[in-house]
Write a protein that binds this ligand. Structure first.
Ligand SMILES: *Cc1c(COP(=O)(O)O)cnc(C)c1O
Length: 349
C-alpha cells in the first residue's frame, strides 16, 4: 500500500511507476489472456491509453486517423474521441467491416472490436477480422470485457491488443473501478506503461488486491452466471410482454452459430425489448425486488437497467431495451422475481 520504498529496493521505488500488487495482478491476467498485462485506474483509462497509442502511429493523417468501431460499442469508448474520428460499422457484418477498412485505407489507426457488443450483443468473426486487418497493416484491439478470458482469448485469435474493464466480471463484486490492457508485443507494452506513468492513470494497490482476489473465483462465477443466463433466456423467449430476447446462447439468436465458433460460452448478459416501449420497460425495472436496478454489469449479484435512460447510449439501441446482468444467485429466485415484475409491468400500462 506504500507510495514510496526504501531506496535501492529492486522491486519498487515510487507508487506511480510500479507496485508489487500490480505485478501480481498483471502476471495473473497476462497468463489468463496469453500476453503481458498492464493495469490502469479504470477501463476507460485503459481504452484511452490504447486509442492514444494507436493514434500516434507514424504515417496517419492528423489528428491520428480514424478508428473503425462497432455501431453499438460501449458508449464511453464512442464518447472518447471526436465523432469524426470514428467510422461506425455493424461488427457482425464482416464484409462491411472489411469494406470500411478499405474505404479508409491508409488512415485507420485501429480496428476496434467488441464481441459480444454492449448492449446489442452482436457477435464478431474475430479471426476473420484480425486477419483482414493484419493484411492491411491495421492493428486490431478487442475489448474483451464481456467474454472475459474464460470465454475468449483474442490474442490467440490474432488481435494485437486486448482491453478490459476489470470493474466488471474480472473483479466481479461491484466494489472497485479498474482497467487493464494485454498485448503480446513488448514495444506496445512499454509504450503503454510509459503513458500510464506520465499521465498518472494508476491503479489503487488496494483495489488491485481486491481484483486479484476476484480473479481466483472468475471461472466458477462466470460458469454459474452463464448457466443462469442460459436458463433465464430460454424461459423469457416467447413471453407475451417481450418483443425480443437477445442471448447468443439461444439457437434462435442471430449470433448463435458464430458464438459457438468464437466463444467458449455465450456469457452472462441477456437483453430484452418490451411491447409498449420505454414506459413498460421502466415499470418492469421498478417492479423487481431481488434484481438490483443499477448500471454496470458482471457482478455476483444480478442487476438490470434500461440502457436508453442514458443520453449517451447509441440511438441504434431500442428505447425499451433492458440489459440483464445475470449473477450467481439461485436461478429459481431470479426467475420468480422476473416473472412477477413482467406481470406487474404489463398490468400497469
Ligand atoms: C464498463 C466498460 C468499459 C469502461 O470501463 P470502466 O471500468 O467503467 O472505466 C469499457 N468497455 C466495456 C465493454 C465496458 O462494459
Amino acid at each position: 500500500m506504500a507510495s514510496t520504498y526504501v531506496a535501492g529496493d529492486p522491486g519498487a521505488a515510487y507508487g506511480r511507476w510500479t507496485n508489487p500488487v500490480w505485478t501480481s495482478f498483471e502476471q495473473a491476467l497476462g497468463d489468463l489472456e496469453g500476453g503481458v498485462a498492464t493495469v490502469f485506474s479504470s477501463g476507460m483509462a485503459a481504452v484511452n491509453a490504447v486509442l492514444e497509442h494507436a493514434s500516434s502511429r507514424p504515417g496517419l493523417p492528423a489528428p491520428g486517423g480514424v478508428v473503425v468501431v462497432p455501431d453499438g460499442a460501449y458508449s464511453g469508448t464512442l464518447a472518447l474521441l471526436p465523432p469524426a474520428r470514428y467510422v461506425r460499422v455493424d461488427i457482425a457484418d464482416t464484409a462491411a467491416t472489411v469494406a470500411a477498412l478499405d474505404a479508409h485505407s491508409g488512415e485507420v489507426a485501429a480496428l476496434w472490436i467488441e464481441s459480444p457488443t454492449n448492449p446489442a450483443l452482436a457477435i464478431a468473426d474475430v479471426n476473420a477480422l484480425t486477419s483482414a486487418a493484419r493484411a492491411r497493416g491495421v492493428p486490431t484491439v478487442v475489448d474483451n470485457t464481456f467474454a472475459t478470458p474464460v470465454g475468449a482469448n483474442p490474442l490467440a485469435a490474432g488481435a494485437d491488443v486486448v482491453v478490459h474493464s476489470v470493474t466488471k466480471l474480472l473483479a466481479g463484486h461491484s466494489d472497485l473501478v479498474l482497467g487493464a490492457v494485454v498485448t503480446g508485443d513488448p514495444t506496445t507494452t512499454a509504450a503503454l506503461v510509459d503513458r500510464r506513468t506520465r499521465q498518472g492513470s494508476v491503479a489503487s494497490p488496494f483495489d488491485t488486491w481486491l481484483a486479484l482476489r476476484g480473479l481466483r473465483t472468475l471461472v466458477v462465477r462466470v460458469e454459474r452466471a452463464c448457466a443462469n443466463a442460459a436458463m433465464l433466456a430460454e424461459r423469457l423467449v416467447g413471453h407475451p410482454a417481450l418483443a425480443r430476447v437477445r442471448y447468443p446462447g439461444l439457437p434462435s439468436d442471430p449470433g448463435y452459430e458464430r458464438a459457438r465458433r468464437t466463444l467458449r460460452m455465450p456469457g452472462s448478459i441477456v437483453c430484452v425489448e418490451f411491447h409498449g416501449g420505454a414506459a413498460v420497460a421502466d415499470a418492469f425495472c421498478d417492479a423487481v425486488r431481488l434484481w438490483m436496478p443499477a448500471t454496470s454489469l458482471g457482478a455476483v449479484e444480478s442487476t438490470l437497467e434500461r440502457r436508453r435512460r442514458w443520453p449517451a447510449e447509441s440511438a441504434s439501441v431500442d428505447e425499451s431495451l433492458v440489459r440483464l446482468s445475470v449473477g450467481i444467485e439461485d436461478v429459481e429466485d431470479l426467475w420468480t422475481d422476473l416473472e412477477q415484475a413482467l406481470v406487474s409491468a404489463t398490468a400497469h400500462t
